[in-house]
Design a protein around this ligand. Structure first.
Ligand code: KG4
Ligand code: ZN
Length: 340
């Protein structure tokens, strides 16, 4: 097994993330130690119950410089001569107009400071969040990547060697949280809202369906969403908190079951959690306890490192830089980039 301390570029890397509705920047030392991490979560979308792409781009534009300045400042550096060795930026997947703001800012800093730029895949960034809090990772590792746009089980042989062994065939897990929350009249983003509501509910109140129990590592969440909507309409007497708790239980149950089945099937030495839905307390607790029963190591990054942030982009960028060198200054935004 590889208890591997992987090669990363040493020095200070500024990571910039603007793929969706978080404007984020961080300074990371030697690919693993976050000296600062600033995250501005855009508020403009809440009244629409989902991210409005045009507004996201405009908000990034408005906030990006302030967020970067703060990250430089929090790291104890100076914007004028900040001693940053390289700038890493998310190039995709994500919203085109949102990605372009981060990419343009990174290019400007690369030119102004005369430092290399490195483009980072957002999904690889999420996987690298684990490195920010874990010195050595037991490979092969099964990583559950659950965000607003993606739900996948990734077999990581070592950093950079990824095999997607399962994914959602329809909605992403985060998307299901957001849609169910909107239906239940809760706010956006839906994940934290459902979680708050579920605290007062009984997760066993309603037995919602667990889809695709077919031995595969794929997921389907659109049927669950429909089942929740249908149930709630027919049972107006059942409280929102019971429905929220039961829905959350169904999502967590299937996510954990398939992740651990994959860990068994591929002989993984560890399992790890990544992506915004990874901030969910129930998911964190259930995955931890069931993984322990299985006897594999389990890595759960802090909530802040699960949701979109600049530190994970800097960490992945440090590794990319060391192993593949800098990107061309002509790099662009690639909205539908796949995991490398
Ligand atoms: O990774 P992320 O910040 O952005 C994307 O790359 O999509 O994930 C955002 C998603 C949203 O769908 C949000 O509802 C969900 O993560 N989320 C949660 C929680 N916090 C955020 N879902 C469940 N429970 C949470 N506590
Ligand atoms: Zn994300």
């Amino acid at each position: 097994m590889g208890m591997n301390s992987h090669a990363v570029a040493s020095g200070l890397i500024l990571g910039i993330e603007t793929s969706c509705d978080e404007t984020a920047a961080a300074v990371v030392k030697d690919g693993a130690l976050a000296l600062s991490s600033v995250i501005y979560s855009q508020q403009v979308h809440s009244k629409f119950g989902g991210v409005v792409p045009e507004l996201a781009g405009r908000e990034h534009e408005r906030r990006i410089l302030t967020v970067i300045r703060q990250a430089i400042d929090d790291a104890g550096l100076k914007m004028a001569k900040p001693q940053i060795d390289a700038v890493a930026v998310t190039t995709g997947p994500g919203l085109a107009g949102a990605l372009m703001v981060g990419v343009a800012a990174a290019k400007a800093l690369s030119l102004a400071w005369g430092i290399p730029i490195v483009g980072v895949n957002h999904l690889e960034g999420h996987l690298f969040a684990v490195h920010l809090e874990q010195d050595s990772i037991a490979y092969p590792s099964i990583m559950l990547l659950v965000s607003g746009g993606h739900t996948m089980i990734v077999l990581v042989e070592e950093p950079g060697k990824y095999r997607v062994v399962g994914q959602s065939l329809d909605d992403a897990a985060g998307e299901a949280f957001d849609k169910v929350a909107r239906f239940l009249g809760l706010g956006y983003p839906g994940g934290p809202e459902i979680e708050r509501e579920a605290e007062f509910g009984d997760p066993k109140a309603v037995r919602f369906p667990r889809a695709l129990r077919d031995g595969s590592f794929n997921f389907s969440f659109s049927g669950l969403k429909t089942a929740v909507v249908t149930y709630a309409k027919r049972n107006a007497d059942v409280g929102v908190s019971d429905i929220a708790a039961s829905f959350e239980d169904a999502v967590v149950d299937i996510l954990v079951e398939k992740t651990l089945n994959a860990a068994k099937a591929f002989g993984a030495h560890s399992v790890a959690l990544a992506g915004g839905v990874g901030a969910n307390t129930r998911l964190r607790t259930v995955l931890t306890s069931r993984a322990r029963t299985l006897g594999v190591a389990v890595y759960i990054p802090s909530r802040q490192n699960c949701t979109d942030n600049g530190a994970m982009i800097a960490a992945a960028g440090a590794w990319r830089l060391e192993n593949f060198g800098p990107s061309d200054l002509g790099l662009g935004a690639y909205p539908s980039l796949a995991l490398p």
